[in-house]
Ligand binder design. Structure first.
Ligand code: FAD
Length: 279
């Protein structure tokens, strides 16, 4: 970005709803476990997903993440109850190993879970061939904003993204060295292009930045929290731009949820940033 690349869609950070947290160690508990019948329960012993979504535990990731977050804040704990799954250890050997290593009985004990930041949908803006706004610079994979995932990535689609972009970028690379014209990422009619000062603070405490992001720029966002985050993240380029993009997007769509603007505005647009003063 400091070399002049445009970045896009930074406000869209996907959280995975169920990451086991034991003695400070984290381990992702895949959707397959809920698919097999595991149920989420809060600290008061209440199975809560049914009140958030008709299909309860089978709701999309963003819905489950918000529900888990709400119940965590409300009751102080959320757990996965896997006791109804037959042959749990055979079906989920890696998860079982993690649980055992932390003194839990796989398939029997409740698993304490939290949502965790999982995939960055936004990134360096590229066209369909991985070409950025800087001639000769390509970006693919999670570092890129390919528009591949819309506002809400489906599970497993990074694999597809890696395969498709990997294939296309090699062709684009060859074409570039054969002297073909350079395409630029398209800026849509309703897109917002914001200019930002990119000077970095001499020291950034990333642990503190993570804390501020979790607190104010996480699963549930609001104008007050975002304003506070923008102040506190000054000089920490990427975290502060995530907060600024979330502030500009006064609506809720996909993985971006604003409690003060809980519905979609109906207009499709992207927020892009570039370093420097407005022309
Ligand atoms: C716990 C977890 C489970 C997931 N499960 C799935 C799944 O089941 N299916 C799915 O499709 N997606 C899944 N994802 C998402 C998927 O894994 C990632 O989106 C994907 O791996 C990103 O690939 P990448 O090559 O773009 O980036 P990365 O895999 O992050 O690779 C970037 C590489 O660049 C290196 N690097 C960074 N900075 C520098 C530097 N300055 N110089 C040199 N090298 C550098 C890094 O060390 C790294 O090796 C999961 C993600 C997580 C966190």
């Amino acid at each position: 970005m400091r070399a002049g690349a445009l970045v896009r869609d930074l406000e869209f950070v996907q959280f995975h709803p169920t990451v086991a947290m034991l003695d400070g160690d984290l381990f992702l508990i895949s959707e397959a476990v809920r698919g097999e019948g595991a149920r989420l329960v809060n600290k008061d012993g209440e199975y809560f997903m049914g009140k958030y979504y008709e299909r309860a535990e089978l709701a999309p990731r963003d819905v489950v993440s918000r529900a888990v977050y709400n119940e965590l804040v409300r009751t102080g704990g959320v757990y996965l109850d896997v006791s109804s799954i037959e042959n749990f250890e055979e079906k989920f050997p890696a998860i079982s190993g993690f649980l055992r290593a932390h003194g839990l009985r796989p398939g029997k004990d409740l698993i304490p879970v939290v949502p965790a930041a999982h995939y960055t949908i936004g990134g360096v803006a590229v066209d369909a061939l991985g070409r950025t706004s800087i001639r000769g610079l390509f970006a693919i994979g999670e570092a890129s904003s390919s528009l591949f995932h819309g506002a809400n990535r489906l599970a497993g689609n990074s694999l597809l993204e890696a395969l498709v972009q990997g294939y296309l970028v090699i062709r684009a690379f060859k074409a570039y060295y054969s002297g073909d014209a350079w395409g630029l990422p398209v800026i849509g009619r309703y897109d917002v292009v914001a200019h930002t000062r990119c000077r970095l603070a001499s020291y950034v405490d990333m642990g503190r930045a993570g804390d501020v992001l979790w607190r104010y720029v996480g699963i549930v966002r609001s104008e007050d929290g975002l304003r506070r985050a923008i102040d506190e993240l000054e000089g920490s380029l990427l975290p502060s731009l995530i907060a600024k993009a979330a502030m500009i997007r006064r609506e809720s769509v996909g993985v971006h949820y604003r409690v003060d603007y809980p519905s979609w505005s109906g207009t499709k647009f992207h927020i892009l940033f570039r370093c420097g003063d407005a022309a």
